[in-house]
Design a protein around this ligand. Sequence first.
Ligand SMILES: NC(=O)c1ccc[n+]([C@@H]2O[C@H](COP(=O)([O-])OP(=O)(O)OC[C@H]3O[C@@H](n4cnc5c(N)ncnc54)[C@H](OP(=O)(O)O)[C@@H]3O)[C@@H](O)[C@H]2O)c1
Length: 326
Amino acid sequence: MRAINYDKDQKTSTLYFDEVPIPDPDSDEVLIRVHAFGLNRADLLQVRGQYPPPAGASEIPGLECSGIIEEVGENVTKWKAGDHVCGLVDGGAYAEYCLLDSGMIWRKPEGASWVEAAAMPETYLTAYQALYQLMDVTTMERVLIHAAASGVGSAAVQLLSDLDIKKWGTASGPKIDFCLDRGYDAVIDYQKYSFLEKVMGWTGGSGVDGIVDVVGGDYFQDNIKALALDGTLVMLGLLSGVQAGQVNILPLISRRLTIQGSTLRSRSVSYKRELVRGFLDRFHSKIQRGELKPEIYKNLSWADSAQAHDLMRQNKNSGKIVLSIQ
Ligand SMILES: NC(=O)c1ccc[n+]([C@@H]2O[C@H](COP(=O)([O-])OP(=O)(O)OC[C@H]3O[C@@H](n4cnc5c(N)ncnc54)[C@H](OP(=O)(O)O)[C@@H]3O)[C@@H](O)[C@H]2O)c1
């Protein structure tokens, strides 16, 4: 089969078509013929050697895809050849065929395209995990989502749509209308304003109950200052770097804060199956009714993978970039 590969000795991110064997499903896996796969920030890091796949995972990039089941492993009873599905993988989605754990897939919604279905698993599960598992957003009154227009940020606001809660975000100026149109109550242009000052102004100095952050180092001090009593910071990314300078940690104690970091890809199979189950328990009917739909910034052919990586690296996208296998 054809797959997109990259130079493992890198420092460059040259992507190229490779010819590799079609993998065989293990007993709990399904093999799908891939129609589309979503691009994620992690892919950019992986092809530059900064985010190697976990042990046992495919070295081919790609964390999510949609397609048609070709073959099922001997223990798989819920799925059969011909089923249209999408799901989460540790790697291997940039290929004509991909193996998925049978507990990490769901049926492609009737009204969704292959592109939309491929854009869901990684970002929705990440946002769900942050909001409903690593913090309990159902008990909160105000949350702040950094990089609100990102794949993760645009999924997060949809997962909050039924909650009577203030949904605030940060984004660069050109993306603010995108975020407001998609459910954020207010979005701070972080290139012009301090999010800490805005949040403290809006809350009369009391802060927000939860923050989902992918920016990391540059935001760490202001994040802990912006949290309310008993607030939770969930850290998922380090887009600005890993150093946080001279941090005053007093708010951790005086405001009884919780800081929770996570990375989805390296979680165990059982954890991820449970995560998918929890996500579907809460959101399955909305997904199938088409009420949860990923924002597609661009759909390109997988022959244009390098161009797609450039777009994401330059922070051009609002929502998801998806590549179709043609
Ligand atoms: N831990 C996990 O399990 C997990 C899972 C999935 C994703 N992630 C992380 O979540 C983040 C978002 O992923 P994604 O695929 O949704 O990304 P994405 O769609 O590419 O969006 C990232 C956005 O972040 C903003 N940004 C970039 N650098 C920034 C900086 N230095 N300061 C402030 N904002 C910055 C940019 O938007 P603006 O134009 O608004 O600046 C950029 O478009 C990534 O860091 C990714 O690694 C983590």
